[in-house]
Structure formats: C-alpha cells, structure tokens
Design a protein around this ligand. Structure first.
Ligand SMILES: [Zn+2]
Length: 320
C-alpha cells in the first residue's frame, strides 16, 4: 500500500481543527436529509428521479460466483464499503405531457426503517401528485420494485393508475405452481405479488417484448435477473433514455464485473448475458440511462472499461 502523505503541515492543522469543532457545535443534531429528487428534459418529456432510500445488507454471499476478497476489491476501487453492501434505490418518473408514468415503485411506505420507502413522501416536493399518475410500469416483481404499489394503509398508492407489467413476469409469479421451480430465496414473491397487485384488479395490462406502455415508452425484455425482467426505452423528439431497472445492481460492482451472479438473480447466467447485451448497446450508442440501484441521481452513461463497464454519472449542470 502506498504510504499516506500528511494533508498539511502540523502547524496549520491545529487552527483548522479548532474551526471544525466550532462549526460542529452549531450543526443540527440530526442525520435526516431533505427530500431527494432530480429532473431533466428528454425532448418534450420531463424525467424525474426520486431517491427511495437505502438499506445496508451483508456482503458475504452476495455474489455467488466470485470469492469475497475479489468482490471487496472491486467495491474498494469505487471507495465503497468492503464490509457490507449498501443497497440504494431510485425511481424514474416520466411526464410525457399525455401520461405521468412511474417506473417501479420502490420499497413502499410500509418498509421497515426510516431510510426506506421515500417515494410517496418525496413526490409532493417534486410537484408530483400520486393521484395524477396514469401508468405504473413495472420492470419485475421483486419486492423493492412492487412493494410501493400500496400505501401505508394497504390501499392503492396510485389510485387512478393502470399498472403495466411484462407478460412473462406476470405469468411466472401469478402461478403458484412455479413456486417449487423458483430459487428458495425468491418464493416469497408469489404471495407478495398477490398482495401488492390486489388493489389494481382489472387495471393490470400485460405487455410483450417491444410493446408500448404509453406513446414514447416501450418495453424490451432483459431476462435472467427475474423470469420476465424488462427494461424501458423512452424516446421523444430524437432524444432517448433507457431505464435499466436491475440490468445491473450497483453499477460500481456489477457493471464493473458483468459476469457476476448475485443472490438476487433468478437465473444468473441468463441475467449476465442480458446485461452484456444491454450494456454493450447503451455504451456503443452512448444512450443516457437511469438505473434502480444506481447512485443518486441515478442517471448518466455507461462506458466500456477493462473487463466490464463504468457508470459515468451526470450532474445538475447537465440537467437540461
Ligand atoms: Zn431491485
């Protein structure tokens, strides 16, 4: 390891530390943060990403096909914790002028812990009323993507919305006969699917590969992470964006090593093949992306680097 260099001469350090202590005394005694949303134009469309929160999970066992030490090294390359997995969540919302579309719903207000399920409480700060949402488009039925379909009381979080789902995802998780054919860790998705979609009975529309959810938003199958995992292609006036959903989990880990298979994957090898295909496309064509487990504001570009890809975020100055 390279020898650490002192930041400053010792004589300078003392007054700086003293100033730091004074600032600390007046800082608010809380770690709470303000609502997090980010917004940019895509042609005539307006895209908003909303921070749904984070969860700290065990790192041991997360990646099924690489040794822990190697996974830790990849995380450390991006200055991420090598002792646990900081899972993060961001919802993409598209206002097309005709439709207000929420792409996945996050963990929902019933999620345990104060750091999760922030979508509904943050939407008003972003000028978005859940009552105005016309379409919820779901990428796949893992809990962090569908639990926010229901509100704190168990009713529809988006009472005037239809819900658009990939037909293959619906077919798998709505048939209890598939339960024994699913990885043990994913079997709870069957009951959870029934619970979360119940308030939308009669308003669920199934789509097949290439079909439009609403004008300007089209589904494309990217299966493996789940049986019907889908990405969404959003286009207007020559501008395009791909919502990658869970094509990669945290890109600092899974985009850097696209062949990694995680405990979240239904069919890890198929998921890796989809990941390589989709990341190749967005890197080659320099297509802007959003991703569900991407560092907030969860939008930017993917570039080819080393044996995988690197996420290059965009910032507020690039919002237009
Ligand atoms: Zn997910």
């Amino acid at each position: 390891m390279a020898q650490r260099r002192p930041l400053m001469a010792a004589a300078l350090a003392v007054p700086l530390l003293a100033r730091g202590a004074a600032a600390q005394a007046t800082a608010p005694a809380t770690l709470a943060m303000a609502p997090g949303f980010f917004r940019f134009k895509l042609g005539e469309f307006t895209v908003t990403t909303i921070h749904d929160g984070f969860r700290i999970m065990p790192l041991q066992g997360l990646v099924r096909n690489a040794p822990l030490a190697e996974v830790q090294a990849v995380l450390e390359e991006s200055f991420l914790s090598p002792t646990d997995y900081r899972n993060i969540y961001a919802v993409t919302i598209v206002d097309t002028g005709r439709d207000l579309v929420v792409l996945d719903t996050g963990n929902g207000p019933q999620a345990a812990g104060a750091t999760l399920g922030r979508l509904l409480s943050t939407m008003p700060a972003a000028g978005l009323d859940p009552v105005r949402v016309s379409t919820v488009a779901i990428s796949h039925f893992h809990g962090d993507h569908i639990n926010g379909l229901i509100d704190a009381q168990g009713g529809a979080a988006f009472p005037n919305s239809e819900v658009v789902v990939p037909a293959r995802e619906w077919a798998w998780w709505s048939d209890a006969g598939n339960e024994t054919r699913s990885p043990p860790g994913q079997r709870r998705n069957f009951a959870n699917t029934a619970l979360r979609f119940a308030p939308y009975a009669g308003k669920i529309r199934q789509l097949t590969d290439g079909a439009e959810a609403v004008p300007g938003i089209r589904m494309h199958a990217a299966e493996g992470h789940s049986p019907g995992h889908t990405i969404w292609h959003i286009a207007n006036g020559g501008a395009e964006l791909i919502y990658l959903a869970d094509t990669t989990h945290r890109p600092e880990l899974i985009a850097r090593r696209p062949d990694y298979e995680t405990i979240f994957d239904f069919d890890g090898a198929a998921g890796a093949a989809s990941r390589r295909r989709v990341l190749d496309r967005v890197a080659t064509d320099r297509v802007r992306v959003t991703g569900f487990h991407f560092p907030f504001p969860a939008t930017g570009f993917m570039k080819r680097e080393g044996q995988g890809f690197r996420f290059v975020p965009v910032d507020w100055a690039s919002a237009g």
